[in-house]
Design a protein. Structure first.
Lengths: 351, 820
């Protein structure tokens, strides 16, 4: 459910007279003519790794928790958003309905660096091909081998760069009901699947210094035309690699009018997938941190899924992992402490 | 009442008695400020429009990648650079034509807002704040400034269709957008300009690194300074205008200076009395300075207001000049920043200070008991006269130095300015010398008095005479240049536009069809196709034209310099001809070689240089076959055909019908010539107007000087009257004096003016426009100006003389009673 930037991309399209980006109302807008997400639509691979013309928004999202030889924690994020101005198939010229936006970040000892790049569809400056898999925008790319079992992930921004190899032979995880993931309890939903089992090795570079790293990564794929309900203002999203080998995805969508909508997915070390209901999940913000633009964001959480024995404290590795993009949000790696430890990624929008 | 107020009241009472003097100081400052600020208003407006034009996309200080050959390149290069991580933003530019009674062509700029840096502003909108959905979507938006809409004769709600039948996206009014520009999304631009997949240039939005070799073969980096931009192109034009404005300013200051000096002279008694009554020097000086400041502020305010009016009046011609000469678009309405108004008043204050500080200082040093005597004044002026002479000699040396050693427009102007100032400074001494020489051998008392009194008037009149000299010389110089250019230009145009009909095909395929069709038409006697490629030579935009070998070509292409057998060499593809501007810019002459093609063809010899007036781009003439062989992208851009005059309308109609061409694509010679001469006429209209104004100011200077002088002349004339000279005779004598002095000035102004004209055509024009014109002297024009100059001075002296003729004997008698 890492759609913050895509919401923002929608807002970007609507111009500056629209509601302020903080309201995150963009995804609540009903736009006619786009395809709708339905419950009984089976996902088909490798076709669904590619772009889905007809849907309004879509993203390819990789987060990696890494360690260097000195045992220091690093985090890398690679994101590509597609947003359609209007329904319709991709063209081969500038009149393409698609806009593409890339976000990349490198978090590590000494701080957080982020970058952003934009491109129009149609002319080949950015795009995604399902088979053989390749997603790219300008000089950033996610190149697949054997479908998406292997990925070569590259991006660069001001003062940082990374080149990482990802590998997983485990099956994909379909969230919600066979990939149909509800977002509001009022019918808003998206198609959502992940590959949380990547092992990673490669190199990160900051301020000209190259560092070899290894770790684990999580790929999220999601597409929709209207994933949020009106009144939903932002969300907190967790993707956690537990030391037991289990994977946990949790999110809450905050609502101006009432309780947040929560949902998640439990993936056992053996690969069994269980969809979590809102009442099984408890999320509690423990400590807040003021970001560079003055906004306060919770960077320490207590995360509980009692049924599966999860009660951990999630601390941001770098509390000021602020994405300095056109529409800013918080995204960075977290360390887990509790009965079971681990690492993970946290995204928070709408603060 | 405190002493300062008293002093002020006493000082100001002088103006009540001498209203003309008061008026002349005010007028001097007013005119000086008006002309100067008017010129500055035009320059400011034009510069801000250039800045807007170059800022349509980005800051002026932005490096860009431009094609090595031709005007456009494949957008695959853009994608390749983007995938290599280069921060580049694509731009497609072209001319979009609109049919109509007066066909209009505007600059269409296609931009890609997502790849622009978020802080870059386009027409005042930051790239980050673009309404992307509206701008890049369907139907999109066409951003346009109010001036362009007016030019197109459209309202914002109208739908515009180009002469090619392309429908533009709906207009969106952007007041900050430069005139003559329409901004659309790059996708719309590719469709409108029929250039799918093509780009004109790439803006480099990050640091500059060496290009990869395969891309470097096709694109070259153009550093920000080498933009070939309007600012640089038009710099000389504005410098010309500034120089003219400065001249008018100086002339205006001359008036103010003369009047202030005279006022001080006349107030010596008053000042002496005030000091004797116990007013401190400090209060007195403060009072004088305050008075001067008041004049400056009032004159400045009036000047700035009329400067604005003048600029608004001249702006249409001025804009047409810039459009005709440089293709620069300047809006039809003045939008001046607040600082312009403030600067205008400041300039007036500065001018008043320059004009009056000498007098205030003189007042400070005034020996209290010395009596004011015109003769004493003349003697005091003697030293200054000698100093002036030395200054003039020095300036003449500067002029010679500037002419011999200088390069560039600034040194050309230094030469011209030194010439003008030196001749002005040397004028009083010269007149004095001539009068001294004339005085020799005079025996009759009245003729002795005539000369001696003229000499005595000289210091008071000299500033007005200098102003007259400057204005006349400038008129002669600018007039000769303008007329000379007109003569050269019209002759050149007659040769160049010798065909009867000019056709612009839609594309090369249509052009070739037309060529074949026309050759079968008996009515079309001669058909000459013109092939063209737009490229750059040493970063300078250049049009390469391919012409066929035909006797008609030779007769229509007058050469300034040529090789023996120039046309044969051109026909064989061994020779190339250059326009005069390009030859100067590249530093090439006949016999030099030029490597034009990039496909390894051997360099060609420059076999001829021709005039190409009014073209801001360089121009190269080669053989058409050679061009098509080495530049496959060359397009057939025009056909010219000769026909019997009776057949022209039928031929035109047949062409239009057969090839579905509108009026803008088939043009008769007379219409084309009409446009060209119209551009020319408007080009110099603004200059001519400013020039006549300067002459007018000089006339006013003369008038005011004589007027002020006339009031004090009674003292000199009264003794003559007492000795038995009748009033009528006195009037004739005074008239004769004025006539003599102004005739001598006019006599000197003519050679100075001719010298100035030579400087303008041989030095300034070459530096400013790249062409050298033959020097023409038009005797009729000179006579006209001479008569005008003398008439001005006669007119100026008419009023005082008329007053003198009407003076009652009692007035004249009272002069003796007043002890003056």
């Amino acid at each position: 459910m890492k759609s913050s930037a895509s919401v923002l991309l929608c807002l970007l399209l609507c111009g500056c007279d629209e509601p302020a980006p903080e309201s995150f109302a963009g995804l609540g807008q009903q736009v006619s003519g786009f395809s709708q997400v339905t419950r009984d639509h089976p996902l088909v691979f490798p076709r669904d790794h590619g772009a889905h013309d007809g849907f309004r928004i879509e993203w390819w999202y990789v987060t990696a928790n890494l360690k260097d030889s000195q045992g220091r924690d690093w985090g890398a994020q690679w994101t590509l958003f597609r947003s359609a101005l209007r329904p319709g198939a991709e063209t081969r010229d500038w009149n393409s309905p698609n806009l593409w936006m890339g976000h990349a970040a490198l978090t590590g000892p000494g701080g957080h660096r982020s970058g952003e790049t934009l491109a129009r569809g149609g002319v080949g400056q950015a795009g995604v091909v399902a088979e053989p898999f390749r997603a790219w925008i300008n000089d950033w790319s996610l190149q697949g081998h054997e479908g998406i079992a292997g990925l070569q992930m590259k991006a660069a921004g001001e003062g940082f760069r990374y080149d990482l190899s990802l590998r997983s032979d485990r099956p994909l995880v379909l969230h919600g009901s066979q990939g149909y993931s509800e977002k509001s309890g009022k019918g808003q939903a998206s198609y959502y699947y992940s590959q949380p089992f990547y092992r990673v090795s490669g190199e990160v570079e900051r301020d000209g210094q190259c560092i070899a790293v290894t770790g684990q990564a999580w790929l999220d794929r999601e597409w929709s035309s209207q994933p949020l309900a009106a009144g939903q203002t932002g969300w907190d999203w967790f993707s956690l690699h537990l030391d037991s080998g289990a994977k946990l995805m949790l999110f809450q969508v905050r609502d101006t009018g009432g309780l947040p909508y929560r949902a998640g997915t439990w993936v056992s070390p053996q690969g069994e997938v269980v969809a979590l209901r809102g009442d099984q999940i408890q999320l509690e913000a423990l400590a807040w941190n003021r970001q560079e633009d003055g906004r306060a964001v919770p960077t320490r959480w207590r995360v509980r899924v009692v049924e599966y024995g999860v009660d951990v404290r999630a601390d941001a590795v770098e509390p000021r992992a602020w994405m300095r993009t056109r529409f800013a949000y918080w995204e960075g790696p977290v360390r887990l402490q509790g009965r079971v430890g681990g690492r993970g990624y946290l995204e928070m929008t709408g603060y | 009442m405190n002493p300062l107020m008293l002093t002020l009241r006493a000082l100001l009472s002088h103006w009540q008695r001498h209203r003309v003097q008061c008026f002349s100081i005010f007028t001097g400052l007013w005119l000086a400020t008006a002309l100067w600020t008017g010129v500055q208003a035009l320059n400011t407006q034009a510069r801000s429009d250039y800045a807007r034009a170059s800022a349509v996309l980005a800051g002026p200080l932005q490096a860009q990648l431009v094609p090595r050959e031709g005007e456009r390149f494949d957008q695959a290069l853009y994608l390749q650079l983007r995938q290599l991580g280069w921060p580049v933003a694509p731009v497609l530019e072209g001319r979009l034509r609109f049919a109509g009674e007066q066909p209009v062509s505007v600059r269409l700029v296609g931009i890609e807002p997502l790849s622009l840096p978020s802080t870059t502003a386009v027409a005042g909108v930051r790239a980050a704040d673009f309404d992307l959905q509206a701008f890049i979507g369907t139907p999109g938006q066409a951003w346009v400034g109010p001036d362009t809409l007016r030019q197109l004769g459209k309202a914002v709600t109208d739908q515009a269709v180009s002469s090619e039948g392309q429908v533009l996206p709906p207009f969106v009014l952007k007041p900050e957008l430069a005139p003559g520009v329409i901004v659309v999304d790059i996708g719309h631009a590719q469709a409108l300009l029929q250039a799918p997949g093509r780009l004109s240039r790439l803006l480099l939005t990050g640091p500059v690194e060496p290009l990869p070799a395969d891309i470097a073969a096709q694109l070259e980096l153009q550093p920000p300074s080498d933009d070939g931009g309007l600012q640089r192109l038009t710099e000389s034009f504005h410098l010309n205008l500034t120089a003219l404005g400065l001249l008018a300013f100086v002339v205006g200051l001359f008036i103010a200076h003369a009047a202030i000096g005279l006022a001080l002279e006349q107030r010596r008694n008053l000042i002496r009395s005030l000091r004797a009554c116990g007013v401190s020097l400090h209060s007195l000086l403060f009072g004088l300075a305050l008075e001067l400041g008041l004049f400056a502020v009032l004159g400045g305010l009036a000047g700035v207001a009329s400067g604005y009016g003048l600029a608004a009046l001249l702006l249409p011609d001025f804009a047409a000049s810039l459009r005709g000469l440089y293709g620069a678009q300047v809006g039809a309405a003045l939008h001046l920043p607040a600082w312009w108004w403030l600067a205008g008043v400041l300039v007036s204050v500065l001018g008043a200070l320059l004009a009056g500080v000498g007098s205030v200082l003189q007042a400070a040093r005034l020996p209290l008991l010395a009596l004011a005597q015109p003769q004493a004044w003349r003697l005091a002026q003697g030293r200054w006269l000698r100093r002036q002479r030395w200054l003039a000699v020095f300036l003449l040396l500067v002029m010679l130095g500037g002419w011999q050693l200088g390069q560039g427009l600034v040194s050309a102007f230094v030469t011209v300015a030194a010439l003008l100032l030196a001749s002005a400074l040397v004028l009083p001494a010269l007149l004095d010398g001539v009068l001294a020489w004339a005085a020799r051998g005079r025996r009759r008392p009245l003729s002795q008095w005539f000369i001696a009194d003229s000499r005595q008037q000289l210091p008071a009149l000299s500033l007005a005479l200098m102003a007259l000299l400057l204005a006349l010389a400038a008129s002669v110089g600018v007039g000769s240049m303008t007329e000379g250019f007109r003569k050269t230009f019209v002759g050149w145009l007659d040769l160049r536009l010798a065909a009867d009909l000019y056709v612009t095909p839609r594309d090369t395929a249509q052009g070739e069809q037309m060529y074949q069709w026309l050759q079968q038409q008996p009515a079309a006697k001669v058909v000459l196709p013109g092939w063209r490629v737009e490229t750059r030579l040493q970063g300078w935009p250049v049009q390469v034209q391919g012409g066929v070998d035909h006797p008609a070509y030779r007769s229509r292409w007058p050469l300034l310099e040529q090789h023996a057998q120039a046309w044969q060499q051109l026909a064989q593809g061994k020779g190339v001809m250059l326009s005069e501007q390009l030859a100067r810019r590249l530093g090439l002459g006949v016999g030099d070689t030029l490597a034009l093609a990039t496909d390894g063809a051997p360099p060609m010899t420059v076999v001829g240089v021709y005039a190409d007036y009014g073209n801001p781009k360089g121009h190269v003439l080669v053989n058409a076959d050679w061009l098509r062989k080495h530049w496959p992208q060359a397009t057939l851009t025009g056909l010219s055909l000769d026909s019997a005059p009776a057949n022209v309308p039928a031929l035109k109609a047949a062409l239009q019908q057969r090839f579905a061409l509108d009026d803008s694509r088939v043009v008769e010679q007379s219409r084309l010539k009409g446009w060209s001469t119209d551009v020319f006429n408007r080009t110099f209209a603004a200059t001519a107007a400013l020039n006549s104004l300067t002459l007018g100011v000089a006339g006013v200077a003369m008038f005011i000087n004589l007027l002020t002088l006339g009031q004090s002349r009674l003292g000199q004339l009264a003794p003559l009257w007492a000795l038995g000279v009748r009033r009528r005779q006195l009037v004739w004598l005074s008239l004769g004096q004025t006539l003599m002095l102004s005739s001598l000035t006019v006599l000197l102004a003519i050679p100075v003016g001719v010298l100035l004209a030579w400087c303008l055509v041989a030095v300034v024009n070459v530096q400013a426009f790249g062409w050298r014109l033959p020097l023409y002297v038009f005797p009729a024009q000179l006579m006209q100006l001479a008569v005008l100059g003398i008439l001005t001075s006669l007119l100026a002296s008419a009023w005082p003389l008329w007053q003198l003729a009407r003076r009652q004997p009692s007035d004249l008698l009272r002069q003796f009673a007043d002890e003056k």
